[in-house]
Design a protein around this ligand. Sequence first.
Ligand code: NOJ
Length: 796
Amino acid sequence: MRYGTFDTAAREYRIEKMDVPASWTNYLGTEDMASVVSHHGGGYTWYKSPEYHRVTRFRANGVPMDSPGHYVYLRDASDGDFWSVSWQPVGRPLDQAEYLCRHGLSYTAYECKYKGVHATQTLFIPRGDAVQLWDVSLTNTSDAEKTLDVFGYIEFSFHHIQMDSQNFQMSLYATGSRYRNHAVEYELHYEENSYQYFTASFEPDSYDCVRDAFIGAYHTERNPAAVEKGRCSGSEMLCYNQCGALHKRITLKPGETRRVLFILGQGNADEAARARARYAAPGAVDAARAELAAFWDKRLSKMVVNTPSAGMNESLNLWNLYQSEINVLFSRFASFIEVGGRTGLGYRDTAQDAMCIPHSEPDGCRWRIEQLLQGLTTMGYGLHLFEPRWFDENEQQQSFKSPTVVPKPDANSIVHGLDHVCADDALWLIGAICAYLKETGDMPFLWREIGYANGGRGTVYEHMTKILEFSAEQVGAHGICKGLRADWNDCLNLGGGESAMVSLLHLWALDQFIELAEIAGMTDHAAYFAGMAQEVRAVCQRELWDGKWFIRGITRNGKKIGTQQDVEGRVHMESSTWAVISGAATREQALAAMDSVDEYLYTPYGLMLNAPSFTKPDDDLGFIGRVYPGVKENGAVFSHPNPWAWVAETMLGRGARAMKFYDALLPYNQNDQIEVRYSEPYSYCQFIMGRDHPAHGRANHPWMTGTAGWAYYAATQYILGIRPGYKALTIDPCIPAEWDGFTVTRQWRGATYEIKVENPSHVEKGVAMIYLDGAAVEGVPDMADGAVHQVRVIMG
Ligand code: NOJ
């Protein structure tokens, strides 16, 4: 069953059938002010931190599933009938009213046609301004005059997620509100100068600052008392729950359209007055929208693909890149699932996010890389979860402590010991730094000095060497890297047991570093780490090959994990794919391992992480056996590692297989199966219930997942094969043989390459000829000339 359509030209997903089985969300904001909103107007807004500085309230994991939100209510003054522009919260019967939701790039628009009124409400957060704008347009499509009561409504939050959801003996008395300058001014009194406001382009006829006055006893957001009555009560209050509710009565002649604006902003009522004036200027709202569109256009135009796969095009040109950007921007901790209760940066997640899209967001990726470098210890491991502001010397401290003020702990308490180290975390940073350098050519970055989390400073290059040394030291009885608290898989907690994945990742990171050290002229170093790589390769060969695939590790008691004899947890994706990607596997081993991945892990919804699922807890393995079979790390289609299999298959030259795996996971391909998928078909999800779960195929946790970056990276760099190097752009596609070819426009280091790949012999891999501006070349050099170049690639 389908609920909506991809509107490629408009760069939107249109939700046409409202009763979607889950909240389908989108993100607003590209800087400090941001929101996550559902297709029904539900969701929440924060300023800088979704943990410490929530602007509007959200009742997470609640009933209904996405409330409250950012609502516009309309009431027909002639008969008192009322509705909301988004289907919920009022929820008019769908056979009486027509609704539409359009999710676009950092904006969401709701539309409703009811009783001769066509209403739209477009939410967005302009660049450079800490305001959320609701651009509301009302058209009278009937042939009679209409008088409408228009209400905008939000519920304010107590800022800190815990204050907002517990300890009300304190929080209920911490906020106050008043009405001035045509704005509701909201204050969190425990903080210094902590105000938000809600105002509008009109002079309100009535207002409410107190939530319970607007909603009314025994009412809900579905039928607020004020809306029923057609007027707010002018409430203001110190203490209890505050809201922003503004009302205006509007009369529309037949055919007439009126545009009104609601503004939710950071600051007091004086700031509200300034914002009103700013957006009252003719064209100001449209200009802000246009600036936001240009912001995204710049990013999306860095790489535009045209392949025979409509789904791949839609994904790579829009949704997949957008999702990857959202991950770099907001890290992982603001969604309807992660509701801001833990923020900061997850080391491995952030490193992988930054690795995958430096072409579209070089500054953002470098910013994340720098933060991670600061979160590295001189011992060579990263702080698994940390707040970058701990290391920000310019961070201003408040002169007092309140529960909503972000604490800055002393340096000694932030550096955790080995017990809490995730063995893979910092290795990803090597990949991220190399990807950034290859994309930008910013080699001086390598020699920039950056602090360590536990004190002292060193160059970026030195940080990298410490990471590699740490993994070389942290090996177990068989010479394989220890699993420590976890490796990439949070639920494999091997401690002193050994993780195949970490050794393979170590090898991958070593090879990348060796290439970089050579380019940087550090030949002695390159030779030293080449020796280390050779040893790691030999150990992996000796200890990990099991005849058909690679084992996943060895427990602290010496039991191998994922052997042919195992009944549960027999085949694991991480070890088999990374054995190929790292180059540890011979070609025969690699082919057999990836055949096993196909045979044991493939489902029509993507590749399961492992199979069969574990059914019994085993503390030597860790938490994994305590997770239901087919769920999350225990045998679900865990999306994030799926692209590793695409990369591995392309390295083996099997384009059809890579595309088969790609297509299985692609959300676009499940647009017609929402009764199975549930979640957004425009977002990769963290995991999909595996074969051992009764709801096999149901997708969970959209948006905030490393799948986004990896899917984009694997599809563009390995399936389409456009890979930046330090000195040249490699073009080495691996595609299904039936493809005639594809085109890509790719910006790289200032020049634009219009690449046409032709596949006359219908091969899956192999490049016979490359022409640059008509001349045969071996590879595409860094032209760095700002010009447009034609590249023709003949496969064969
Ligand atoms: C989600 C976590 O954010 C990520 O760090 C981890 O690698 C995966 N789960 C797998 O456990």
